[in-house]
Design a binder for this molecule. Structure first.
Ligand code: PLP
Length: 643
């Protein structure tokens, strides 16, 4: 599909509301210049920061849905991957020049962060000009990496648990001409390396993964520090060097590596870790081991909430500050210690990929049907609390709403006591619930209008959050929102030139009470409601969950058998031509069933038997049996998500 971007209608122009949308959803804060709001009130993406061409996400989605695709839909913007690779590389180049550092920087992409073919292929293609390599942490990743063709100087770093097969694969990669570094994480891996080296008659480069005292910060703090699961203690590192020296191949040790955790929120932790690692590097160099790469691992944080702070969902530094601190610190310590400066490596995965994809959901708000029955209920008697509640509802205003709301709480409690004692009927109780709910809604509107932030009204806002039933599974598409409470910016992809009138949370399709998103980004706090629009009857309402390009796709699970979502890639040319390609249909029911052991034929066979039994017992006739069979096949071939 090709559609022209920039074909904007002027309908609904409202610059004030667009500005309001920026403020409400914090787009400028977390968007890094990639996201903005168009005059039509649509969310746009500017994937190439050096050009002005923007992609209208709503236009793309509407077009794709017209052509038969459905929500949930994952949109990838490969040009954002390009931009991030170049941003990281140029930040290091700038720092190297500024601090007169004598060596260069090379990145490697850790496959675990997003191993999707489209992503890795694009990263390696664009990364060819900057020697972007790969980091693998398992046999599966290594086997795939073996078939890829990055730049000839790019590194292939092998981390993780290495059984003999993993080690042999790494040796094969070396023999095939790849720039392999096998990182030792346990002393026993050295023995395995030596055994295979003598079998293969070659010795790929080796790395040592050190365990630093410095811990990271944020949710992955425990990945670093002396109790970390990963890396060699100082004694173990010395033992590895001794064993390699004894075997006469200490000259193969080329890299010192550390990683103190992903999403490091505080720059001072990075500085401290780099300082410690640089000192270890210098001391090992002084032992005569000619390490030439210092690998600072991953951890470069993303400012998901836009607060530019050390909160768990943010990072209090920029990419440039990260690069400056690494280069300056390593350079300074090498100078102090009088050792050569190493080539700098980082394994930044989140920073390269997080921005590049958006999950588009369709949402509908759920109204409590109780609210419509007020007129149809005939109370048994006009109990005094009911009379009071009716009056409060009629008379509550912006001036008296605090007092009237408190009165309403009292009247409701009184009415429930009377019900408990048997004085009132079920209709009285129903009527009171409806009246009280309406009073709360009015009070909340007044509280919002007067910017009342008291505990009472914050609690009320939380209680009255409207559920937007959204066509997705948290467990499949944003698992970190569930497992670690990670926040992702969520924004309607249209109607951003209209003021939102509702406070909502997102409920997914799974039958799991954890299948919801009820925390949202904000620069000052975590919002427990998101400002959303009233869903108009018969009109779709689409939300974009942004910054989901790192970790989410590969960590997603099949809870309730919701499968992978539909996907498409979107690019834009300098002339503003939007191109959508690489459409992939999400999983169908039989595919997800196959993953958990119900192969299609087995499923069909089992159902055929149940149908035969029902036919034999006369429960259904053979015509119905044939019709059901056809229908069952069609259902099995359909998407796991509702139409
Ligand atoms: N390197 C190693 C060894 C890791 O374990 C990880 C992930 O935690 C990374 C790199 C990627 O880290 P990030 O995505 O924070 O850059």
């Amino acid at each position: 599909m090709e559609c022209k971007s920039g074909a904007m209608s002027t309908a609904g122009k409202n610059p004030g509301a667009r500005h309001e949308a920026d403020v409400i959803y914090g787009i400028d804060n977390w968007g890094q210049g990639f996201f903005a709001v168009s005059e039509d009130g649509h969310l746009t993406v500017r994937p190439n920061p050096t050009e002005n061409a923007t992609i209208d996400i709503h236009e793309v989605v509407t077009q794709l849905f017209t052509e038969g695709s459905r929500s949930p839909l994952l949109l990838r913007f490969p040009q954002i991957l390009d931009a991030q690779i170049l941003k990281l590389k140029s930040a290091f180049d700038k720092a190297i020049e500024e601090f007169d550092y004598s060596e260069s920087y090379q990145g490697v992409f850790p496959m675990k962060v997003n191993p999707r073919r489209e992503v890795v292929d694009r990263l390696l293609e664009t990364g060819r000009s900057v020697n972007l390599g790969l980091e693998v942490g398992s046999k599966s990743e290594l086997l795939l990496a073996l078939g890829m063709k990055p730049a000839s100087d790019a590194l292939l770093i092998c981390n993780g648990f290495k059984d003999p097969a993993f080690m042999e694969m790494a040796f094969w990669a070396h023999r095939l001409g790849r720039n392999v570094v096998i990182v030792m994480e346990q002393v026993r891996e050295v023995k395995e390396y030596l055994r295979i080296a003598s079998d293969f008659g070659c010795k790929p480069l080796l790395g040592l993964r050190g365990r630093l005292y410095t811990k990271g910060s944020g949710k992955w703090e425990e990945s670093g520090g002396e109790t970390s699961k990963f890396g060699l203690s100082t004694m173990e590192m010395l033992e590895c060097i001794r064993a390699l020296r004894e075997a006469g191949i200490e000259d193969s040790v080329a890299m010192l590596h550390f990683h103190i955790g992903s999403q490091i929120t505080e720059i001072r932790r990075i500085k401290a870790a780099v300082r410690e690692a640089s000192r270890v590097y210098a001391k090992i160099r002084k032992m005569g081991v000619s390490i030439r790469f210092l690998n600072v691992g991953g951890g470069l944080g993303i400012d998901y909430d836009g607060s530019r702070s050390s909160s768990d969902n943010s990072a209090n530094y920029s990419v440039q500050e990260f690069a400056n601190d690494v280069v300056y610190t390593v350079g300074g310590i090498c100078h102090d210690e009088g050792v050569p400066e190493p080539i700098l490596i980082s394994e930044s995965g989140r920073a390269l990929t997080a921005y590049h994809s958006i999950l588009v959901l369709s949402a509908e708000s759920r109204f409590d049907p109780n609210l419509d029955v007020r007129a149809t209920l005939e109370p048994m008697k006009k109990a005094s609390p009911l009379v009071e509640l009716t009056e409060i509802l009629d008379e509550i205003t912006v001036k008296n709403f605090r007092e009237y709301y408190h009165d309403a709480v009292q009247q409701r409690d009184e009415l429930f006591s009377l019900f408990d004692l048997g004085y009132l009927g079920i209709e009285d109780r129903a009527q009171a619930e409806v009246l009280f709910h309406e009073i709360c809604e009015k009070a909340l509107l007044f509280a919002k209008a007067t910017k009342n932030q008291s505990d009472d009204f914050l609690r009320l806002a939380k209680a009255l959050r409207r559920k937007y039933i959204s066509n997705f599974s948290v467990f499949q598409s944003v698992p970190d929102a569930w497992t670690i409470g990670q926040l992702f910016p969520i924004v309607p992809i249209h109607r951003l030139n209209e003021s939102p009138t509702e406070f909502g949370i997102l409920a997914d399709l799974t039958c799991d009470s954890d299948g919801k998103i009820d925390n949202f980004v904000d620069t000052r706090r975590v919002k427990t409601v998101l400002e959303l629009h009233e869903v108009r009857p018969g009109e779709p309402y689409y939300l974009g969950v942004c910054l989901v390009g790192a970790y989410q796709e590969v960590m997603g699970s099949f809870h309730n058998m919701f499968g992978r979502v539909n996907e498409a890639q979107v690019t834009i040319s300098a002339e503003g031509e939007t191109e959508t390609f690489g459409l992939q249909a999400g999983d169908r029911i039989f595919e997800v069933a196959g993953i958990i052991g119900y192969e299609r034929d087995l499923v069909l066979d089992r159902v055929a038997r149940r149908v035969d039994e029902a036919t034999a017992s006369g429960r259904i006739d053979s015509e119905s049996a044939t019709a059901f069979h056809g229908q069952y096949l069609a259902w099995l071939n359909a998407s796991t998500y509702p139409d």
